[in-house]
Design a protein around this ligand. Structure first.
Ligand SMILES: Nc1ncnc2c1ncn2[C@@H]1O[C@H](COP(=O)(O)OP(=O)(O)OP(=O)(O)O)[C@@H](O)[C@H]1O
Length: 450
């Protein structure tokens, strides 16, 4: 008989505490309630609980700071509760796969269903399997509270504890890379590397070397040994984005590695054994790609041990407005500003269909943020069709004093949008190389612009 799972509660808000304490999903645990006058992390470390419900009150919370480096982070399921203000410390914890972050107003029913799930797991499994939790406002790196996102979180959670490869399918901009990254951070490989490669951007001559590496002297210009992505991702996760864009004849090489677990760097006399989880993604309709001989069916079956379908933004009821507010809050926090959406803007956001999904929404918020002084009006947001857009651009012009790099970002992101995310056409139209385009997009991603 397994012992009763233990729950640690550090909640100051009396009404939240009482609604949690009166809930039967909470009461079925052996309860440990924090003493408010001491650091909760020490108490939690001493109590060795399975689940911890932590209200994040102030940014100065020293226990929260210490948690980042505590082994407890990987032993306990965390459910954080906050008022929703951007908090870098909490973000850092979420990036490490700490669990769930619930933002006010709290839905105790959803909290209860997560707790039910943990309870059953702890009761019936011998070891603590993972660091991730169930579905809610934020899961890993993903934000969204719609039913569709809850279902996605549950799927990710299920795949994460297995060794299976996963295949993520969804329209451009739905967050496939973020999903892959989340799957990594909540898996037992979280301590290992997460390496992402865009198969559509690999030049056919260098593809073998990019994937499997090469040894010095393997070909002209191979001045030293080079690690391929399989080696870079050793012990972790390899994300093959736009896998259907890999040249057909190279797909068979990938298939061989997946079948045998072995690969040979270009020019090497030896083979290496790969220890990586592969997550592949595409925004193509797979049945078409297979029918048209763009993508090998046998490779699909190898990769898709766990297919993950990503909902479009229009299928995530309420999330478009929520995400817009989320992106704006982060931008405001970065710049120490208090820009707001007008009610008309929020209405426009909720009615628009977002064909470019979350990426388009994020760019629209970013663009509006730059153009608006205090209040973001519908005209600041990207308009429905091209004609409409050109008209707005001409009348709005370029604000005096706009930073050149901001202008560059807008030009790049708008061209990308007009090309439905096609990077080759975008680079051609902008007169830059595809590599430069990738570098710039990576830079925006790193500074939180994308
Ligand atoms: N649920 C989400 N929460 C927060 N940000 C998100 C979410 N989904 C997507 N994003 C953001 O939207 C942008 C696009 O996401 P991502 O690159 O993962 O999409 P994708 O589906 O891989 O796109 P593509 O198919 O074009 O490669 C990124 O900036 C990402 O951070």
């Amino acid at each position: 008989m397994m012992p009763t799972p233990k729950l640690f509660l550090h909640i100051q808000d009396p009404s939240l505490a009482s609604s949690l304490l009166s809930n039967k999903s909470v009461r079925q645990y052996e309860l440990n309630i924090s003493h408010q006058n001491e650091g909760w992390l020490e108490q939690l470390e001493a109590a060795q609980c399975d689940v911890a419900l932590i209200e994040v009150g102030s940014l100065q919370d020293s226990s929260l700071k210490a948690l980042v480096n505590s082994p407890i982070l990987y032993q306990t399921e965390f459910l954080f509760f906050s008022q929703g203000g951007p908090d870098p410390l909490l973000d850092n914890l979420m990036h490490k796969g700490a669990g769930f972050h619930y933002r006010a107003p709290f839905n105790v029913t959803l909290v209860a269903s997560s707790l039910e799930e943990f309870f059953c797991e702890k009761k019936h499994t011998k070891s603590l399997v993972s660091t991730q939790n169930s579905y809610l406002d934020q899961f890993g790196l993903l934000v969204g509270s719609s039913t569709a996102m809850h279902a996605l979180y549950r799927t990710i959670r299920k795949v994460a504890v297995t060794k299976a490869n996963a295949f993520i399918m969804g329209e451009s901009g739905t967050g496939k890379e973020l999903i892959a990254n989340t799957l990594h951070v909540v898996s037992q490989r979280a301590e290992g590397p997460f390496v992402a490669i865009n198969c559509g951007a690999l030049s056919p001559e260098l593809i073998d070397s990019e994937l499997f590496g090469h040894v010095k002297g393997a070909f002209t210009g191979a001045h030293k040994n080079h690690q391929g992505v399989f080696e870079q991702a050793e012990g972790g996760t390899l994300f093959l984005d736009e896998v259907t864009e890999m040249p057909y004849e190279h797909q068979v090489k990938l298939l061989r590695v997946l079948e045998s677990g072995e690969y040979k760097p270009v020019g090497a006399q030896y083979v290496k054994t790969a220890n990586v989880r592969i997550i592949a993604a595409t925004n193509r309709v797979l049945s078409d790609a297979i029918r048209d001989d763009v993508f090998r069916e046998d490779l699909y079956f190898r990769l898709a041990q766990f297919p993950i379908m990503v909902p479009t933004l229009r299928d995530r009821e309420g999330d478009a407005c929520g995400l817009a507010q989320h992106f704006l809050a982060y931008r405001n926090a970065q710049e120490d500003k208090h820009k707001q959406f007008s009610p008309q803007s929020l209405d426009r956001i909720s009615r628009y269909t977002w064909p470019g999904n979350v990426r388009e929404l994020k760019h629209a918020v970013e663009r509006a943020y730059i153009l608006a002084d205090e209040i973001i009006d519908p005209d600041h947001l990207i308009s429905h069709d091209l004609n409409d857009q050109v008209e707005i651009d001409e009348s709005a012009g370029i604000p005096v004093g706009m930073r050149l790099d901001d202008m560059e970002k807008i030009a790049i992101l708008k061209t990308l949008k007009n090309n439905d995310g096609n990077r080759t056409d975008t680079a051609n139209q902008l007169g830059i190389s595809i590599k430069t385009l990738y570098n710039k997009l990576d830079k925006y991603e790193n500074i939180g612009f994308l």
